[in-house]
Design a protein around this ligand. Structure first.
Ligand code: SF4
Ligand code: SF4
Ligand code: SF4
Length: 352
């Protein structure tokens, strides 16, 4: 157990699906050899099969008795192999059949292959976006599965890290993580994953994915800080829920489930049912979903009636920096350039 646990809450009512978070992470941490298929942050259209494809049925995590469940090791193809674009051939090649993808036009799978497809039939089609990072779990299946003890949780904030000097690339962690948030770097021969931007956190700067998010979706802070946004959303107002808690790893990323417009009946009249089926949201975020949606609707209605709502003010995030708990420092004020730090997960002390 760590002394404290840093956590993230993502409000799915505000996610635009813009992937700015994904790009912010990619630009900072996974531009190197062997990392082209790595997106430590992914944003998937739901309902959909996610990234890696079908991760929810790949096993891993723990059963109700606390025993490790067998898990599948996702392939690079299941994550979505990188491909080259064939812009020149398409624009200037004179070949009307030229495909935009240089491999002949069939890239197989990508990090969000379901882009905006979603579920339901017209007029009740629906989708929402689900951003995912490593959950920096309190009971990390990846850590337990590693025979080299290369994975650890930091004492002071619970961030889960892989020590690449000890990793031998056995990839038991990939099989064990039920969220399939560990990637294998074939060039370096080690497993790699989201590091919760710990070099930034150590300098008082919030994670790149949260600071860059234009939707003000991501809150960062400590679960035990009563004045911080995480404690308020998870414990005080109890509107933030973990994804697939039944996987048994006690994840520390939480989600405010999405409200949706009413379903329409055959006469195209509004019904009392939400467009996104509540059963589907329960399958992701557990049995408390109806209670949370009722709280959000009640508080929203209060604001519409001219009353104040501390919960709605918090979720709207009028004060942007208040979203990041103690990590409000501007990245440019950090004297040590953290992107040049020599950090353990980048092997052999190689600078970024
Ligand atoms: Fe480990 Fe997976 Fe949990 Fe991240 S989400 S700490 S990789 S078990
Ligand atoms: Fe990437 Fe940092 Fe966000 Fe993790 S916390 S997904 S390392 S930007
Ligand atoms: Fe865009 Fe923020 Fe949603 Fe990421 S979490 S896709 S940055 S709105």
């Amino acid at each position: 157990m760590s002394q404290r646990q840093v956590a993230m809450v993502m409000d799915l009512n505000k996610c635009l699906g813009c992937h700015t978070c994904t790009v912010a992470c990619k630009r900072l941490w996974t531009k190197r050899d062997g990392q082209s298929h790595m997106y430590w942050n992914t944003v998937n259209t739901q309902p959909g099969i996610g990234t890696p494809h079908g991760f929810e049925s790949m096993g891993g995590g723990f059963d109700d008795a606390g025993s490790a469940r067998p898990g599948h090791r996702p392939t690079v193809e299941e994550f979505g192999k990188a491909w080259d674009f064939n812009h020149h051939e398409v624009a200037f090649g004179g070949n009307p059949d030229a495909r935009l993808m240089a491999d002949g036009g069939h890239a197989g799978k990508g990090p969000n292959w379901d882009e905006d497809v979603g579920g339901g039939d017209y007029p009740n089609s629906h989708f929402f976006y689900l951003p995912r990072i490593c959950n920096h779990c309190t009971h990390p299946a990846c850590l337990e599965a590693c025979p080299r003890k290369a994975i650890s949780k930091r004492e002071n904030d619970g961030i889960v890290l892989i020590d690449e000097d000890h990793c031998r690339g056995y990839r038991f962690c990939q099989e064990a993580c039920p969220y399939k948030k560990i990637y294998y770097n074939e060039v370096a021969g080690v497993s790699q994953k989201c590091i919760f931007c710990f070099p930034r956190i150590d300098e008082g700067v919030t994670t790149a994915c949260s600071r860059q998010c234009p939707g003000r979706v991501r809150f960062v802070g400590y679960l035990d800080d009563p004045d911080g946004p995480i404690h308020k959303l998870v414990h005080r107002f109890q509107v933030a829920l973990p994804l697939h808690a039944e996987y048994g790893t006690q994840p520390n990323v939480y989600y405010v489930p999405p409200l949706s417009p009413p379903r329409l009946d055959e006469a195209l009249e509004h019904t009392d049912e939400p467009r996104i089926p509540t059963e589907y949201l329960i399958s992701l975020f557990g049995p408390r979903v109806p209670e949370v949606l009722a709280t959000l609707q009640r508080e929203r209605e209060r604001v519409r009636q001219g009353e104040t709502s501390e919960l709605m003010d918090l979720l709207i995030s009028r004060k942007w920096l208040d979203m990041f708990g103690p990590y409000t420092r501007h990245p440019r004020t950090v004297e040590t350039n953290y992107t040049q730090s020599v950090i353990k997960f980048h092997r052999k002390g190689e600078a970024l």
